[in-house]
Design a binder for this molecule. Structure first.
Ligand SMILES: Cc1cc2nc3c(=O)[nH]c(=O)nc-3n(C[C@H](O)[C@H](O)[C@H](O)COP(=O)(O)O)c2cc1C
Length: 190
């Protein structure tokens, strides 16, 4: 069965509009073919960025080849997914910090990518497609920096099809939020 990995970076858990759209996209994918969905709710994970101690520990484990260590479980999950969905609200022109911590945990040489003998990188992930879903209070325009960064990483990981979906203007005074979300859902299901 197709394995979907849903990286849920939505901080407003129950009321998140981004999460709502992420779930609609997953519904659409599972309608196309039977899927097994693995969801990583970043709010519920004890994620933090690398610091002096954790970086030294990580270097040691990698040098000793302990890729089965608990520290690398996010990278192992990411590597074996057939398709990846990331839902993250548009925060400060990108996304919440927990997603950066998660991506640090996923970017592991020897699991999600490696370097060939000539020094060029090669992706090691199975996923053929990654979809990045965001919602914004205002309008994003060309400034979807979070998505652009994830696109670069996904390319490094060997994922060929990378796409974004956005719903915008949700916090503009007078906006019909429900109508914007309904329209976004229609587009996701089309
Ligand atoms: C900490 C924070 C930062 C935000 N930064 C931006 C921003 O830079 N640009 C923007 O248009 N909206 C910004 N917003 C508004 C959110 O993008 C908007 O409310 C979004 O729909 C939230 O998604 P959610 O309903 O999934 O939580 C910000 C909201 C928060 C809480």
């Amino acid at each position: 069965m197709k394995k979907l990995l849903f990286v849920n970076a939505c901080v407003r858990r129950d009321t998140s509009r981004t999460q709502r759209l992420g779930r609609v996209w997953i519904h659409r994918l599972c309608r196309e073919q039977p899927c097994e969905v693995e969801e990583v709710i970043l709010e519920e994970e004890a994620l933090s960025g690398l610091d002096t101690g954790s970086l030294a520990r990580r270097d040691r484990l990698l040098n000793e080849g302990h890729l089965e260590h608990e520290m690398f479980r996010y990278a192992r999950e990411f590597r074996k997914a057939d398709e990846i969905i990331i839902a993250a609200p548009y925060w400060d022109l990108s996304f919440p910090a927990a997603l950066k911590c998660y991506l640090e945990a996923v970017s592991i040489v020897g699991l999600t990518f490696h370097y060939r003998m000539d020094g060029t990188p090669e992706g090691l992930c199975r996923a053929k497609r990654l979809t990045y879903i965001t919602t914004a209070g205002g309008f994003i325009g060309q400034n979807n920096f979070g998505y652009e960064y994830i696109r670069g990483l996904a390319e490094l990981f060997g994922i060929e099809e990378i796409q974004e979906f956005r719903a915008e203007g949700l916090d503009i005074i007078g906006a019909d939020t429900e109508a914007i979300l309904k329209q976004a859902e229609t587009e996701l299901l089309a």
